[in-house]
Design a protein around this ligand. Structure first.
Ligand code: ZN
Length: 472
């Protein structure tokens, strides 16, 4: 164990200007670890032989060549043979959905088996457990990019919880179409057909201090794209005027370009109908837009609804056991209870498996310098909160992104999606102590991001195993 002297102790003092509590209280020291710096390239991305000192919720010191006397009472974590990366961020999740079969009656109507109202009530009651599965997967930040107004309560709950990721949220989606099966009185998707109505719904969300305004930009044959774009732009302008970020769901090239013209800061899905072109790239650059490829989600629906969904090793370990247990309910379900077909909307959104064009677009945009953010759309049928990040990152790696680029998307760029750039997403002095300690090198293979030894969020250390045991 590293016990050397004094030199750097002074560095424990100044950071934020106010007087720190005596050294030794709430201090965590990780020593002998390799720090991963996802914002760096080449050899600079790894810093072996490093010490990390955490006091309260912040990193006080991080780097190689630090010598210090171990403060009395400090918690020591032996970092030898371990890698310390910034905590991961999933930039696309939905807490009103669980990932099970009953969670999207607009896509597949299982109301005859589990009424949708029961499913949503379950999801609300289960929030604390859902928060924990995220931490168990090394995720210290999530963006819930659209849901009912109770999303804002979920954000408050996460902020007050002893074990939850940081959360940014959007309220109800400003939508081009109705989605009645999801309307229980506080719908996650609201049809808006005028600029005035868009501004009014934005105002209601601003009153709840929303982090994002989100548009569900569905463009169907015969729709007037210019009229739709005007509504989208009104929503974006109102968000920006209030200093909020603007996210858009737009999956076709034509529509995604309209979304960018309307001011999108975050595209939450891939363009999957055709290759992106120079105009798209120029618009994305103009907006400094983040691009979330969300590659796995449609396969999740296909697999689960055809009863071919099988848990990955990560899901067996780190998915909510209640959800896992229900994933093969189709086995037991009488034929007359099964929905005959998925909805027309689902059929229209169907991507090939694997989503080739989306994967090629991801590589092209990453190479063009568009900031990519990792996001799963967790909560959709077949995409479980927490460990589904590994299904997503596997597809990102198959798209040709390097492990470093993937980790950057889930940390450096994820911090931007969270609105916490400069506060989280790096292992450096002054940042929140949001970290994941890994048993294997995440830059050798993204799959090593599943080898979580500990997750630290806001200076609190979590053992994934203990987190999972606490929700059984
Ligand atoms: Zn989504």
């Amino acid at each position: 164990m590293l016990v050397r002297v004094l030199a750097a102790l002074a560095c424990l003092l100044p950071v934020s200007g106010h007087t720190n509590p005596p050294i030794g209280k709430n201090v965590i020291v990780i020593n002998g670890a390799t720090i991963v710096h996802p914002s760096q390239n080449g050899a600079a991305a790894l810093e072996p032989g490093a010490t990390i000192v955490i006091q309260g919720d912040r990193i006080q010191l991080a780097g190689a060549g630090i010598t210090l006397e171990l403060p009395q009472g400090a918690t020591i974590i032996d970092g030898r043979g371990k890698w310390v990366a910034p905590g991961l961020v999933d930039s696309h999740v939905h807490f009103f959905q669980s990932g099970n079969l009953y969670t999207r009656p607009d896509a597949a109507d299982f109301n005859g088996v589990v009424p949708y109202a029961e499913e949503v009530a379950r999801n609300k009651a289960r929030l604390d457990a859902t928060f924990k599965v995220w931490l168990a997967s090394g995720v210290t930040g999530v963006v819930d990019i659209g849901g009912p107004f109770w999303n804002f309560d979920a954000r408050d709950r996460a902020a007050a919880s002893p074990a939850a990721p940081r959360m940014a949220v959007a309220g109800p989606l400003i939508s081009m179409i109705d989605d009645p099966p999801l309307d229980l009185g506080d719908p996650p998707i609201i049809r808006i057909d005028s600029v005035e109505a868009a501004r009014a719904l934005v105002a209601r969300q601003l009153a709840r201090n929303t982090d994002y305004i989100k548009v569900w930009f569905i463009h169907q044959k015969g729709d007037d794209l210019a009229a739709q774009e005007a509504i989208v732009k009104a929503a974006g302008d109102a968000a920006h005027a209030a200093g909020k970020k603007f996210a858009v769901h737009a999956t076709e090239l034509l529509v995604a370009k309209a979304a960018l013209r309307a001011g999108a800061d975050l595209l939450v899905h891939s363009v999957f109908d055709q290759p992106v072109d120079d105009e798209f790239i120029a618009l994305a650059k103009r907006n400094q837009a983040l691009y979330c490829p969300t590659l796995f989600v449609m396969q999740g629906y296909d697999l689960a609804l055809s009863n071919q969904w099988r848990a990955t090793p990560e899901e067996l370990k780190r998915a909510d056991p209640e959800i896992l247990a229900a994933m093969d309910d189709l086995n037991e379900m009488p034929a007359d209870k099964r929905p005959e077909a998925v909805s027309k909307l689902m059929a229209a959104a169907k991507m090939p498996d694997p989503p080739r064009i989306a994967m090629e677009n991801l590589k092209k945009l990453s190479d063009a310098g568009i900031p990519i953010v990792m996001g799963t759309d967790a909560g959709n049928i077949g995409t479980l909160h927490g460990p589904s990040i590994h299904r997503e990152m596997r597809l990102m790696q198959e798209s040709g992104l390097t492990p470093l680029e993937i980790l950057r998307s889930a940390t450096t760029n994820g911090a931007k999606a969270l609105g916490l750039e400069g506060k989280t997403g790096a292992v450096a002095a002054g940042m929140y102590a949001d970290l994941v300690i890994l048993d294997a090198d995440p830059l050798a293979d993204s799959a090593n991001l599943a080898r979580v030894y500990r997750t630290i969020k806001g200076g609190v250390v979590y053992d994934p195993k203990a987190l999972m045991e606490s929700i059984r």
